[in-house]
Ligand binder design. Structure first.
Ligand SMILES: Nc1ncnc2c1ncn2[C@@H]1O[C@H](COP(=O)(O)OP(=O)(O)OP(=O)(O)O)[C@@H](O)[C@H]1O
Length: 287
């Protein structure tokens, strides 16, 4: 299975949100990294056919998704960022409603909902109204709804946004446990989530693809672009003007800064073996 985006364009007024995006996805989990406004949600809305494109193609195994229509939507699961929530419904009725919209028959719907409520840990609260759900429970219901019909393509827009670490880990583990024979696209600002569950990372900036690779590949690409050095607190703002500064931290009673970029100080700084995806983010996507 291959989902191919070719020269995809989308404009709001005279501003291009996607400006010739080309990328191909095969089975696996893809983490989509990009700063605010990079075009991640726009890409996802075009992939789910919730928006009309202004140019380009989206092909599933060579056939445009617009041509596939219903056959495409049947194999698609989508967890949107915006929650148009059905507050007065219980989780059970909400999921049943969504299952019917997806074309599942009653028996199939009931069996899948039972199973999804179990794996998302919501079985005990299934008859509670969504208005009484916490943020984490809401995200889990949305994820469960995306999984109805066992979709081959799963699109998740910020599935862990606003959650406490315990809930985040729970959602993350659930995504990790999904079988890898589907295409899973995951957009999030939480770099550590991407680091722990993605097979590959897609980096977007200003509506274009600017790089792709495994997190190990990308870290290798920034290996000689990261340095650490001690820095007096008074010198910090000067440093920030001159260099791209990552973490500021304390070590051995001194303040240290982590610098990322092509331009690094010649003297007084140290290389580090401990690279992270945050360094990758700062190098490619930091302003
Ligand atoms: N409905 C809209 N009307 C006008 N402009 C829009 C609309 N939706 C998005 N945009 C603009 O398109 C660009 C891409 O937005 P998009 O939401 O796709 O980015 P994103 O990477 O998902 O950002 P974020 O991380 O903040 O969710 C931004 O400049 C945004 O302001």
């Amino acid at each position: 299975m291959q989902l191919e985006i070719r020269n995809l364009k989308k404009r709001y007024g005279n501003q291009w949100a996607l400006n010739g995006l080309t990328v191909t996805f095969g089975p696996g989990v893809y983490g989509i990294l990009g700063s605010n406004g990079a075009g991640k949600s726009t890409m996802m809305n075009l992939l789910t056919d919730n928006l009309k494109r202004d140019g380009g193609e989206i092909l599933l195994d060579g056939i445009d998704i617009l041509k596939l229509g219903r056959d495409y939507r049947k194999i698609l699961g989508y967890m949107p960022q915006q929650q148009g929530f059905y507050e007065q419904m219980t989780a059970d009725t909400f999921l049943f409603y969504m299952a019917r919209l997806k074309g599942l028959n009653r028996k199939q719907a009931a069996a899948e909902i039972d199973q999804l409520l179990q794996v998302t840990g919501l079985a005990g609260e299934r008859h509670k109204k969504l208005s009484g759900y916490s943020g984490g429970m809401r995200q889990r219901v949305l994820l469960a709804q995306a999984m109805l019909g066992n979709p081959k393509i799963l699109i998740l827009d910020e599935p862990t946004a606003g959650l406490d670490p315990k809930e985040r880990i729970r959602i993350r583990n659930f995504i990790s446990s999904l079988s890898r024979d589907r295409i899973i696209l995951l957009a999030t600002h939480i770099v550590s989530d991407i680091e722990s569950i993605s097979d590959r990372i897609i980096m977007m900036k200003k509506g274009k693809l600017i790089g792709t690779g495994t997190s190990a590949d990308l870290m290798e690409r920034v290996a000689d672009k990261v340095r650490e050095m001690p820095c007096e607190t008074e010198a910090l703002s000067g440093m920030q003007k001159k260099y791209r500064v990552g973490n500021v931290f304390q070590r051995d009673g001194k303040t240290w800064v982590r610098l990322v970029g092509d331009k690094l100080p010649g003297e007084g700084c140290y290389t580090t073996d401990h690279l992270s995806l945050e360094d990758v983010y700062l190098y490619f996507l930091g302003e």
